[in-house]
Design a protein around this ligand. Structure first.
Ligand code: FES
Ligand code: FES
Length: 161
């Protein structure tokens, strides 16, 4: 199968029964995507496939064929964190960090579709992502701050840094 991940094309010959999560972590070595429950309950394995957030533990690897995938490694550059990651850092949306890659990917998909979500929309978008540390208040604050920062950036054309 051939697919694109974080802007890089890969052609792989894979067993029919492995998951997308195994392709990403074990075959491609992209270990930012986490395995929590392995059964679609925790969201730690969330990736973005063709713009939609997906639990990669529930997706067969073969289903990645022909898709464009974004994982947490695709958000930052060598030089800097992505604005979304900056806001999670500033607003204390991260504690142990295990849930964070999945939450970032769900948030990325949400903000691409809805740049100004209200609390209910954030809650719905993150309903499949469990966090055992933060109590969610700081995560929601981080998402709102990221939406505000990106709106301000659009208004000023990025001139506010
Ligand atoms: S590891 Fe996929 S939902 Fe928990
Ligand atoms: S920050 Fe620890 S599980 Fe969310």
């Amino acid at each position: 199968m051939t697919f694109e991940i974080n802007g890089q094309e890969h052609t792989l010959d894979i067993p029919a029964d492995i998951t997308a999560l195994e392709v990403i972590r074990s075959l491609l070595g992209l270990t930012g995507t986490k395995e929590g429950c392995g059964i679609g309950e925790c969201g730690a394995c969330t990736i973005v496939v063709d713009g939609k957030s997906v639990n990669s533990c529930l997706m067969l690897g073969a289903q990645l064929d022909g898709t464009k995938v974004l994982t947490v490694e695709g958000l930052a550059t060598e030089a800097s964190l992505a604005p979304l990651q900056e806001q999670f850092m500033k607003n204390h949306g991260v504690q142990c960090g295990f849930c964070t890659p999945g939450i970032l990917m769900s948030t990325h998909a949400l903000l691409e579709e809805n740049p100004d979500p209200d609390t209910e929309e954030i809650s719905k978008a993150l309903a499949g992502n469990l966090c055992r540390c933060t109590g969610y208040q700081q995560i929601f604050a981080s998402v709102k701050a990221a939406a505000t920062a990106s709106r301000d950036d659009r208004i000023t054309g990025g001139k506010n840094g």
